[in-house]
Design a protein around this ligand. Structure first.
Ligand code: SF4
Length: 602
């Protein structure tokens, strides 16, 4: 087997048992690895009706066949589990260096099952695997956890993945962090790790990922790196200004949400843009493993010194969406979110929901206890609330449940801007309707990154499409994006590599690494299988497509109040039946038996 090692570590947190198990080429040919391997195992081993925070849920952390190779952006691993935020499947991924180190240790994945009584951490050094006491680490922030583990093992090159206090307290939108500032954020995967009482996984490896044809692979790598480097976004905007280069572009196009999506443009957006960040705070870029793009930022503030981020989503979630425009305060809030282990999108979305509920007088002063009022634009509230949510103190305990449950507590579901209970990211779909269809149909809820239609609708990748065209061609492009992204995730690459590469490029890299002769269509079929398998898990978990493949009413009924998209709503009703048909599903959004057979899911 090439690319993948064909080995994963299974850890039983209840008994402390550790096993190394094999998986074979037959599985890889159908699922590729990482996100694909994760859903394959979840369908096989986890009852979809399981309570996500019970010992019966499993936490699968999996690298792909290209993770740890020199393929451009080959840094990623996925966390696949049942989400405590949505009650459905989630597959959060992260870059940095941890995923590559796991591969260098000789494993493709770690599967965590059951729950421990006391805190533990997992230590992996090649063949040496050990579950150790983590009582002293429990309660520590991410930088403290990493420092302690490096000291304990006397190894400054140890790569550490773990949870912060938010994950320990089972905050429903807590993340798993690695390399301190890199997050597998979405869907509350940190809480699942917390429920198993697993604080961290420290890993060190010394092997090279096995490749089928090293020479051919390196030729492909060189060609793909050149393609990315000569692309205006992959080799220009992203390295120069980071992902926050999008702030001005998205704002100018009139879909940069302001004050919980009440408005679609923010007049001070420039002040929190990637350009402003470079001018005022950037120290240097920080690429993930094997990345020629280097969108990561190291910024410096007098208050906290050097820190990493924020990227575009965090800048918006902790900024414009709460009516906040103090870039230093946003950077500091992002730093706190990393240290405590939060998904910044859901953190900002939940706080923005609270702010609108307060503005609309559904949350009243007497509900807040001694908390300051959550008013739009109040920076001090932001920092105060982040700490209280992580510790689940006072009103923070309610916020820790996420925006949907908070809105429900105060009879204000209308003001929750999310899909399938997950808070939406930084694009108002009234300005990009295909992107809106992506939100509505995403297997893990309100997510942009698994169907990034902003690429064709705003940025022109792989070709420019009118953001208000809702033809079949647009719907087909969404389906291609969903399937291709599943392949990119399963391979272990970063989605930003699409700023330079497209489907045939991934085929070439994978074939050279794996020794296969797959066509582009074969790989897209794997992507389709992964997408359908994830939906199958959700349907078995009880998802009701007719009610849940939808968007917040604001986007369907409230015409956009400002900017170039003024007067627009999302015509979801017109697109959804055609999406179902083009997917080969029933008009109720179910997967028929012949489709399941075709994808070998029966
Ligand atoms: S593009 Fe950015 S997030 Fe993606 S691998 Fe490179 S540095 Fe990491």
């Amino acid at each position: 087997m090439f690319g993948n090692w064909g080995k994963f570590i299974r850890v039983d947190m209840a008994t402390g048992n550790i096993k190394v198990e094999s998986w074979g080429e037959e599985v890889a040919k159908k699922w590729l690895g990482s996100r694909g391997l994760g859903i394959y195992l979840m369908l096989k081993e986890v009852d979809p009706k399981t309570d996500p925070l019970s010992p019966q849920n499993k936490l699968i952390i999996a690298a792909g066949p290209l993770t740890g190779t020199s393929a451009p952006t080959a840094a990623r691993y996925n966390v696949i589990t049942k989400s405590p935020l949505t009650g459905y499947i989630t597959f959060s991924n992260s870059g940095g260096y941890w995923g590559a180190e796991l591969k260098r240790a000789g494993y493709d994945a770690v599967i965590i099952e059951n729950s421990s009584e006391t805190p533990k951490y997992l230590f992996i050094k090649d063949e040496h695997i050990e579950l150790r006491d983590a009582s002293k680490l429990w309660g520590l922030k991410m930088s403290e956890t990493e420092a302690e583990l490096k000291k304990t093992h006397n190894d400054q090159n140890l790569k550490v993945l773990g949870i912060g206090p938010a994950g320990e307290k089972l905050v429903k939108f807590s993340s798993i962090m690695n390399d301190i500032h890199r997050a597998a954020g979405r869907g509350g995967v940190g809480a699942v790790m917390g429920s198993k009482k697993l604080k961290a996984i420290a890993v060190r490896g010394s092997k090279n990922v096995p490749l089928a044809d090293h020479e051919k692979f390196m030729l492909e790598v060189r060609e793909k790196v050149n393609k990315i480097r000569s692309d205006p976004v992959g080799g220009g905007g992203l390295p120069k200004y980071g992902t926050a280069v999008l702030v001005n572009i998205i704002n100018e196009n009139g879909l940069y949400p302001y004050k919980n999506f009440q408005y679609l443009q923010f007049e001070h957006a420039y002040e929190q843009s990637g350009e402003a960040m470079v001018k005022k705070y950037l120290v240097r870029n920080k690429p993930c493993f094997a990345c020629p793009i280097g969108c990561g930022r190291v910024n410096k503030l007098p208050t906290i010194g050097e820190t990493e981020g924020p990227e575009y989503e965090s800048t918006w979630a902790l900024g414009s969406n709460m009516g906040i425009n103090d870039l230093a305060a946003i950077i500091e809030a992002n730093h706190m979110a990393d240290e405590y282990g939060f998904d910044t999108i859901s953190l900002g979305g939940t706080l923005a929901t609270a702010m609108e509920l307060y503005e609309k007088k559904l949350i009243k002063d007497e509900d807040l206890g001694d908390f300051p009022p959550p008013r739009f634009g109040n920076t001090e509230v932001l920092h105060y609330y982040i700490e209280k949510i992580a510790k689940r103190e006072g009103f923070g305990d309610k916020l820790a449940e996420g925006g949907y449950r908070l809105a429900k507590m105060y009879n204000g579901e209308y003001y929750f801007m999310g899909v399938k209970k997950m808070e939406l990211p930084a694009y108002d779909p009234r300005g990009a309707e295909g992107h809106g269809l992506g939100y509505a149909t995403n297997n893990r809820g309100g997510c942009h990154i698994k169907n990034y239609m902003i690429s064709p609708e705003i940025l022109g990748y792989p070709k420019k499409m009118d953001p208000h065209d809702i033809s079949d061609e647009k719907v087909k492009m969404l389906i291609t994006f969903q399937d291709l992204t599943a392949v990119i995730d399963a391979a272990g690459l970063c989605l930003f590599s699409t700023f330079g590469l497209w489907a045939d490029d991934y085929r070439d890299l994978l074939n050279a690494a794996l020794g296969w002769n797959y066509s582009t269509e074969d790989y897209l079929k794997i992507g389709e299988r992964i997408w359908n398998a994830e939906r199958l898990f959700n349907l078995r978990a009880g998802m009701k497509p007719q009610e849940e493949d939808t968007l917040p009413k604001r986007f369907l009924e409230e015409p956009a109040p400002n900017g170039p998209n003024k007067g627009r709503v999302v015509r979801l009703k017109e697109m959804l039946p055609r999406y179902y048909a083009l997917r080969g599903w029933t008009q109720e959004g179910l997967i028929p038996e012949d489709k399941l057979k075709e994808l070998e899911l029966l």
